[in-house]
Design a binder for this molecule. Structure first.
Ligand code: PMP
Length: 404
């Protein structure tokens, strides 16, 4: 069969299964609004949790950074590493309480490159079943023995750690700190304890924790710091700059040796063009603003509480999440699409998440809150959900195959 015919057949199959993804083109997206087809909508679907993507100081810093050149012009090791990258790395290291940090052009690249640099054939990687795709792909590509455990089930993790020990080699445990589609936090204190007991290295993906939570001393460091973990407990910390920092790119933070080692061996760092200086400059400003304006975290927490209270009063199928990611588990793919479409007609953008992004039977609306939302917008979304869910028969059909 020709390439074109093969692709047409595969795309047709995806459409028949109701899993075809439609790209939405936005004309503008100044959070929390998004302009689609000339119409201004309220977005509850972005990861701009602190509203920094449009912060005037961040934008000014990004413009200033562009004076250094539109692009980095080469990979970091060749010719593409500037002082602005160093400054950003130092700020990240300080904000996460680690000795050093390294920026990558995306979180996907950071996870893949770090895992593959640290482990290989003869080693083991133990992953939560709901880990982000980039951790899963890193595990696959590493060629280490890949062991998985049921979501946040520490007894199952302990069993896999025992198996890994019997295999020999080094063991890496990789988990999301905050799960991207469920919004719940990993039980990091127990996980770190098990890693210590079994001599395993813990890698925490803070894509949805960095900037939003932390300890008293490190208020933006992420979920590991919030749960009292130190650099000894969680020696490999990954975070993204495209979510709470409202920008793009990612980092790994840890010991000086870890960072030196990744510069030598992380292929997704070495063989790719450096982060554009404008991005580094804007991300640096975003990190400074998020630390200088802790009220953004507080506003976000208030918005999350407001949404959860309203949803609970209505008996909506909320998940076990206190993070800005609030899934409404509806179960059925078509129902989720219908409800999202109805919400769009009422002026709200929400994520409609279906397999294979989430397990079969657990399709959901992924509603994300931001410090940029006005309380009135949350009240309006809740009212819109009432009618959208009712019109779609989403609750009465008892979409019962919902994962607990
Ligand atoms: N890890 C997690 C948990 C994520 O949610 C994401 C982004 N969806 C990534 C990694 C990848 O980050 P990036 O978008 O910067 O590639």
């Amino acid at each position: 069969m020709t390439l074109r015919a093969t692709l047409q057949a595969r795309l047709a199959e995806r459409r028949e299964r109701g899993l075809y993804r439609q790209l939405k083109t936005l004309e503008a997206a100044p959070s929390p609004t998004a302009v689609v087809d000339g119409r201004s909508m309220v977005a509850f679907s972005s990861n701009d949790y602190l509203g920094l993507a449009c912060h005037p100081q961040v934008i000014a810093a990004q413009q200033e950074g562009a004076r250094l050149g539109a692009g980095a012009t080469a990979s970091h090791l060749v010719n593409g590493h500037l002082q602005i990258h160093e400054a950003l790395q130092e700020e990240i290291a300080a904000a996460t309480g680690r000795e050093a940090a390294l920026v990558f052009s995306s979180g996907y690249a950071a996870n893949m490159g770090t895992i593959c640099a640290l482990i290989g054939r003869g080693d083991s990687i133990v992953s939560d079943k709901l880990n982000h795709a980039s951790l899963i792909d890193g595990a696959r590509l590493s060629r280490a023995e890949s062991l998985r455990f049921a979501h946040s089930d520490t007894a199952a993790l302990a069993r896999q750690l025992q198996r890994a020990r019997n295999t020999g080699g080094n063991t890496l445990v990789a988990v999301d700190g905050v799960y991207s589609m469920d919004g719940d936090c990993a039980p990091l204190a127990e996980i770190a304890g098990l890693c210590r007991e079994h001599d395993a290295w813990l890698m925490v993906d803070e894509a949805h924790g960095f900037g939003l939570m932390g300890s008293e001393k490190l208020p933006v460091a992420g979920s590991a710091a919030a749960m009292g973990l130190t650099g000894e407990d969680a020696p490999i910390l990954m975070g993204t700059l495209g979510k709470a920092a409202g920008n793009a790119g990612a980092f790994v933070a840890g010991s000086r040796e870890l960072i030196d080692y990744l510069v030598q061996f992380a292929r997704t760092y070495i063989y790719t063009t450096g982060m554009p200086p404008a991005v580094a400059s804007g991300a640096l400003a975003a990190l400074q603003v998020m630390q200088r304006e802790p009220e953004r975290q507080q506003r976000l927490r208030n918005n999350i509480d407001r949404f959860r209270r309203g949803a609970a009063e209505r008996g909506l199928p909320l998940g076990d999440s206190t993070s800005p990611i609030q899934p409404l588990l509806l179960g059925c793919d078509q129902t989720v699409m219908r409800v999202a479409a109805e919400l769009a007609t009422q002026g709200f953008l929400v994520g409609a998440i279906r397999p294979p992004t989430v397990p079969v039977g657990t399709a959901r609306l992924r509603i994300t809150l931001s410090a940029a939302h006005d309380p009135a917008q949350i009240t309006a979304l809740l009212a819109a959900l009432d009618s959208a869910l009712e019109d779609a028969g989403a609750l009465s059909t008892g979409s019962s195959e919902v994962r607990p």
